[in-house]
Ligand binder design. Structure first.
Ligand SMILES: [Zn+2]
Length: 306
């Protein structure tokens, strides 16, 4: 495997060392992004000046995703690779690190000031990668990414800045919308409970208590003790609904609903929430903006009392 990878790198260096300055064979610059959420953000910035391809399909869990041969081809065929970083693509770190030695690549997580990141106490100094749930933080990430793309492609400057102005307005609107809607349920003491710990940034930004059954990454499996602790918490706080996630098996969160039922507390199984992947391309959660709005509406609808 090691030699095969080395061979791919050598071949690629020989054939594509000048790729970044070449505006694609079909006239289009090619960008490969790891997650579909990142690809959507990049598309909003670069518009028609590049073809943007996500590596991960709709519904794929980025914490567990391993690069296939097709993905390596997508990396090596690209003029620029953009990835989320902050260890979100936990099983691709080695591949991305090796690739970065010889190819143009942007690690978006590295463009954010560390003071804005949430560090988990539970997993000694692990940075939480789910920055997109704080729309304002995502806006900062996209602004810094825009500047980094312009630094590498100065001829795109005016076009990208025009796209950015429009995108920024939509992001600000979404941030305000989220703030107002979530306020409706925090007033009623409701807590957002999901399958994995993806909502810490959301909770901090919009002032709502959040809890995940699994940890920051879906690599850790919840135990019986986690389930029973969560059941007691739900009963004590009289929580109306808990949420399944589109990219994660609902098995563990269903066990929580069952546990509540056995103790005589009815809690609704709601969702899915789109956490680590967009929804279907033409559906309501098919873009970052649509995904956040869909989640916010689902959360509020299910937690708000009449
Ligand atoms: Zn996640």
């Amino acid at each position: 495997m090691k030699y095969r990878f080395l061979f791919i790198i050598i071949c690629s260096v020989l054939t594509s060392s000048c790729k970044f300055d070449r505006d694609g064979e079909n006239g289009k610059f090619r960008i490969t992004a790891t997650t579909n959420i990142m690809a959507d953000g990049v598309k909003a910035l670069v518009g028609d000046s590049a073809v943007v391809t996500p590596v991960m399909a709709v519904g794929v869990d980025p914490h567990l995703y391993k690069a296939s041969q097709r993905d390596l081809d997508l990396f090596f065929d690209a003029d620029l690779v953009i990835y989320h970083g902050l260890h979100l693509e936990g099983k691709m770190v080695e591949v991305l690190d090796k690739f970065a030695r010889t190819h143009p690549i942007i690690d978006v997580g590295e463009l954010l000031p560390p003071t804005l990141l949430i560090t988990s106490n539970e997993y000694a100094n692990t940075v939480d990668p789910h920055i997109w749930f704080d729309v304002n933080l995502w806006t900062i990430a996209m602004k810094n990414l825009k500047d980094e793309i312009i630094r590498r492609k100065p001829e795109w400057k005016n076009y990208i800045n025009t796209n950015w102005e429009k995108y920024q307005l939509k992001l600000n609107e979404l941030d305000n919308y989220t703030n107002n809607k979530i306020h409706e349920i925090t007033q009623q003491g409701q807590v957002l409970i999901t399958a994995h710990d993806a909502f810490s940034y959301f909770g901090k930004a919009y002032d709502i208590e959040v809890k995940g059954l699994q940890g920051l990454s879906t690599l850790s499996e919840p135990g019986l003790n986690d389930v029973s602790k969560l059941v007691n918490f739900i009963i004590e706080k009289d929580i109306k609904a808990i949420f399944i996630e589109q990219s994660i098996s609902p098995k563990a969160i269903k066990a929580v609903v069952e546990g509540c039922k056995r103790k005589g507390h009815a809690v609704k199984l709601a969702g899915p929430l789109y956490t680590d992947s967009l929804g279907e391309p033409n559906g309501p959660a098919g873009t970052y903006l649509g995904m956040v709005k869909t989640n916010v509406d689902t959360i509020v609808q299910n937690l708000k009392s009449e």
